[in-house]
Design a protein around this ligand. Structure first.
Ligand code: PDD
Length: 294
């Protein structure tokens, strides 16, 4: 099951014990991050830690660790979970407002709970290149602060489960006729040759992958715009992509049972996906060089 970090100590994941009075458990009073590590290199760590700080600020919780302490802890977590050699890992970290008698208002002088674990990132199956993935649309029933990476994810859980029950990998959420994001991803669509993604707002997470994909798509020569994306534009899109730290850039080839564009991953996805893989290799390579291994 691997090694976890819990309140200052590394231990087997199965030995971690969370108090029933932990506010993360009782109220979902906590925030989290998911950070990929490729061959031992934490990918876009700075961006993830900046977003963690933003989430902590939003829930008025002081960061229990400094930037350097986060980095050191996560690097050690990778090292302890690598086994015989570098593997690709998804690091999950969560900070809660700690343990206190149950009362909705903040406890005085509480001590945050810090937990982190690592799980292997499975490589994307080859079928992605031929057939992409399926998605469904669902109403966005979430709260109005989806820009905070909070662990209160019940609406996302229900939407994702409905996607699975329709043989789809993701639910694309619609609010007032506009796309917000996926249950655990951001959404891009190729509309009349322009790559569109909804602008940052309190209705969606500022995805770290989203920001990188915006940059790479522009570098690939695509016309890129952050603007509202309507349901009808989504349904008529030539390509639809989902982005997230663990799934990278997924081409959606079926939406609600209908083919998207030609029904196979499109050329824009092929180009940006390749640029994304290059970016990952560069990050890994620079780390190996820094260690004198390459
Ligand atoms: N989720 N939107 C939502 C609601 C998400 O949960 C995620 C990621 C994203 C993409 O963000 P990023 O590119 O920074 O991973 C967008 C993670 C992976 C999860 O909950 O497991």
């Amino acid at each position: 099951m691997g090694v976890a970090y819990f309140n200052g100590e590394f231990m087997p994941l199965e030995s971690v014990r969370i108090s029933p009075l932990d506010r993360g458990f009782l109220f979902g009073d906590s925030v989290y991050e998911v950070i990929p590590s490729y061959a031992g290199e934490l990918f876009l760590l700075e961006e993830h830690l900046q977003r963690l700080q933003r989430s902590l600020d939003a829930i008025r919780l002081e960061s229990p660790l400094s930037f350097d302490q986060w980095r050191a802890m996560l690097e050690e977590l990778v090292r302890r979970n690598e086994g015989d050699g570098p593997v690709d890992l998804g690091l999950y970290l969560q900070v809660t407002r700690g343990v206190a008698p149950r009362d909705h208002a903040f406890p005085a002088g509480g001590v945050p709970t810090v937990f982190a674990m690592a799980s292997p990132i499975a490589p994307l199956p080859d079928t992605i290149h031929q057939a992409g993935v399926a998605a469904v649309t669902r109403p966005d029933t979430r709260w109005s602060r989806c820009d905070i990476k909070a662990t209160t994810l019940l609406a996302n859980v229900l939407a994702r489960q409905e996607a699975r029950e329709h043989d789809a990998v993701e639910a694309i959420l619609l609010l007032d006729g506009q796309v917000t994001e996926g249950a655990a991803s951001n959404v891009f669509a190729l509309v009349d040759g322009t790559l569109v993604t909804p602008p940052l707002a309190s209705s969606l997470l500022p995805g770290v992958t989203r920001a990188l994909v915006l940059r790479l798509a522009a570098q690939c020569g695509l016309d890129v715009v952050e603007r509202d994306l309507s349901e009808s534009e989504l349904r008529a899109a030539g390509e639809i992509w989902l982005t997230s730290s663990t799934k990278e850039l997924l081409p959606v080839c079926r939406l609600d049972g209908h083919p998207v564009g030609a029904g196979v991953p499109g050329p824009a996805w092929e180009a940006v996906h390749a640029a994304y893989q290059e970016e990952k290799s560069r990050a890994t390579q620079s780390r190996l060089e820094a260690k004198g291994c390459a």
